[in-house]
Design a protein around this ligand. Structure first.
Ligand code: GLU
Length: 471
């Protein structure tokens, strides 16, 4: 049977990084084996599932580029099918009706707790006749003895004793099927060969295997992936910072960087840190995933992000940068070619937010000079170089890097100054801060009018400062 994996989120919130990593591992496993990848929305919990969350999950999957071959399937659309299987189990005597009252179950539970036993259903209704037309649940008749052995691809062999498992409810009083039943039916109907999921589900697995066996089917292979921890060793949660995939997008992380970061969280290939998606597909092996939980490390994510920003195709990066400029109220259409701006800034930013911030001056006049830079460079000694630069630049019609570069050289030479003594005040004048790409590219992209206007502003500033000092 050809490989088929699935990602099966419950739409009760955004897609968090743990879920995204599980989705990635499943995707990689399918791609590596030339198989198929299914997206299934497990929305049977009607109280907690929302359309908003479904959209958020789909958006995050698209942003990450984890494309699926089938789905999204919605469990709420498959109730007839689940009921068909439940009825089949009932007919074969593999499931039974139970009308134990809440009081009885509470009492049972309390007694077990007092005796320090594991709370579980005692099979009271197994042999009873429970009519169909009064309120009841359906329970799966779990094998009373023997064991379930799971050869987990990540955790190795796990053995569960059947007498530790009780007869779980597969259909609630309101007629809705429960998680363990729906998953089994779906994995079966969808032909899933490999179930890769979070290890919070490991205790459900023997129950699912028992149901599958009752139906005469062969269980899929399982791989339970350990959870992601925060830097303090507890389960990663909001209090550690961003946990939602889309929050990382909003913080200026590239999807390829997040995927690269996530794949390394619990999987390794020698000492290598950087993997393109193609390399991941080639090298990833679910059996190499670590059994132990791994801790999220934001510093490392930023380092990887910087790497991808440097390496990215500028057109691709420009597309991703654009919304971040939008956040700053900048319309990239109203200024220099964004691809050229990206090319100039690629080496200078760790995130797209940072890149947007340091690119703002290309699109509008800065509000004030950066204080330190102005103090250091916009002084009386800069007056002459700036004046000369202004005059020289005003006469340039061919506003291009090379000509602009030559202008800075010429002014430096005629004043017998090192180039930095001209270029640095010029930079602060034009961009308002001490750092920017090369002065020639900076001037070219800022444009002639804005450059001259800003130099005038810097000249005024120096004059005002000199007057202040004189009084
Ligand atoms: N819907 C479950 C969850 O979001 C996953 C179930 C599974 O993968 O079997 O945790």
């Amino acid at each position: 049977m050809s490989t088929k994996t699935r990602f099966a989120p419950s739409p009760t919130g955004y897609l968090h990084v743990g879920g995204a990593r599980t989705a990635l591992f499943s995707w990689l496993h399918a791609r590596k084996h030339g198989g198929k990848y299914v997206l299934r929305i497990e929305d049977t919990d009607l109280q907690r599932s929302t359309a908003e969350s479904i959209n958020a999950i789909l958006e995050a999957m698209t942003w990450l580029g984890l494309d699926y071959d089938e789905g999204p399937f919605y469990q709420t659309k498959r109730f007839d099918r689940y009921n068909e299987v439940i009825d089949e189990l009932l007919e074969k005597g593999l499931a039974y009706r139970c009308n134990c009252s809440r009081e009885r179950l509470d009492e049972l539970r309390e007694g077990q707790m007092q005796r320090k036993e594991k709370p579980r259903y005692d099979g009271h209704c197994r042999g009873q006749f429970v009519p169909d037309d009064a309120p009841h649940v359906i329970r799966f008749r779990n094998p009373p003895e023997g064991s379930v052995i799971i050869d987990d691809q990540v955790r190795g062999k796990i053995v569960f004793q059947n007498d530790e498992l009780d007869d779980l409810i597969i259909r609630r009083t309101d007629g809705s099927p429960t998680y363990n039943l729906t998953v089994v039916v779906d994995d079966l109907d969808m032909g899933i060969t490999d179930v890769i999921r979070g290890d919070d589900h490991v205790n459900n697995t023997p129950r699912q295997v028992n149901i599958l066996q009752a139906l005469g089917k062969t269980p899929p292979r399982y791989a339970h992936v350990p959870m992601i921890l925060g830097d303090d060793g507890s389960r990663l949660s909001k209090r550690h910072g961003a946990v939602s995939v889309m929050e990382y997008r909003n913080q200026g992380i590239l999807p390829e960087a997040l995927l690269n970061y996530l794949v390394r969280l619990g999987w390794s290939h020698g000492d290598e840190e950087l993997f393109t998606l193609d390399q991941m597909v080639e090298l990833f092996d679910i059996a190499d995933v670590n059994k132990a939980a791994s801790a999220f490390n934001t510093e490392k994510l930023l380092w990887i992000n910087q790497h991808y920003i440097k390496k990215a195709d500028p057109t691709h990066l420009a597309r991703l940068l654009s919304p971040h400029l939008g956040e700053l109220g900048i319309d990239p259409a109203g200024g220099p070619d964004l691809v050229e701006v990206v090319r100039a800034q690629q080496e200078r930013a760790q995130t797209l937010i940072e890149m947007a911030e340091i690119s703002e001056f290309f699109y509008r006049d800065y509000e004030t000079f950066e204080e330190k830079a102005a103090k250091k460079y916009l002084r009386a000694v800069a007056l002459e170089p700036l004046r000369m630069m202004r005059e020289r630049l005003a006469g340039i019609d061919d506003w291009a890097g090379e000509t602009l570069h030559q202008a800075v050289i010429d002014v430096s030479e005629s004043l017998e100054l090192k180039m930095g003594k001209v270029a640095q005040p010029l930079r602060v004048a034009v961009v308002g801060r001490a750092a920017s790409p090369g002065i020639d590219v900076t001037l070219e992209l800022v444009g002639k009018d804005a450059s001259l206007r800003r130099i005038d502003r810097a000249l005024d500033y120096i004059h005002a400062r000199m007057e202040e000092n004189a009084t």
